[in-house]
Design a protein. Structure first.
Length: 203
């Protein structure tokens, strides 16, 4: 069994609970794709899952899969020259300089899984069922490393601090994800983090 299987169920239950507590404060909906723009690091467990998702999509819907592959190739052409890591492996660098470079890297780059063919305000994910954990948890308030509550700028507009706190996603999720990723790395020997475009390269 994939180590993340249990985590995905936990995340789904936690999101359902946070969504119920959030009510109209939470504006996430199909077609809202602001959180799908700008690269972010993913572990190899997420990377392998989304790669399998694209392989499965190519089998059942070759044309749709081909469009994802074309967007991946286009993204890599833009990302490769500035990638703060090993372009050959897609592994992000961990040096101080590379970490600093990543902070300003490709913040306007749309995810290659994002289908914008219906317009910028109607984008949907072609690999939604295989999306990374971060994508699954975006929206409700979550704790940052500095112990602040972060929210999507489109959500919780006008909500008080107390109201936002009452909608917080289960704070145990990041720790559970870290444990799951560590178990996956131990089982596969893979290390480091990558980006979705590099995870999907060569499918």
């Amino acid at each position: 069994m994939e180590p993340a299987y249990g985590l995905i169920k936990i995340v789904a239950n936690a999101m359902a609970d946070a969504t119920a507590r959030s009510g109209d404060w939470l504006k996430c909906r199909p077609g809202c794709s602001q959180c799908c723009v700008g690269v972010f690091p993913i572990g190899w467990q997420d990377a392998d899952r989304i790669r399998k998702g694209l392989v499965a999509l190519i089998d059942v819907d070759p044309e749709r899969g081909a469009r994802v592959k074309a967007r991946v190739a286009s993204a890599l052409a833009r990302l490769d020259p500035w990638f703060p890591g090993d372009v050959a492996t897609g592994v992000l660098g961990e040096s101080y300089e590379e970490v600093i470079l990543f902070e300003e890297f490709a913040n306007n780059e749309p995810c290659p899984a994002l289908d914008l063919s219906q317009g910028a305000d109607l984008g949907t994910c072609d690999l939604y069922a295989s999306r990374p954990i971060l994508c699954r948890t975006f929206g409700p308030p979550m704790r940052t490393e500095e112990d602040n509550l972060a929210t999507c700028e489109l959500c919780y507009i006008g909500a008080s601090t107390e109201e936002i706190e009452r909608c917080e996603l289960d704070p145990a999720i990041p720790g559970l994800e870290e444990e799951s990723n560590a178990a996956y790395e131990a089982a596969t020997g893979k290390r480091g983090e990558t980006l979705i475009a590099y995870a999907l390269r060569g499918c």
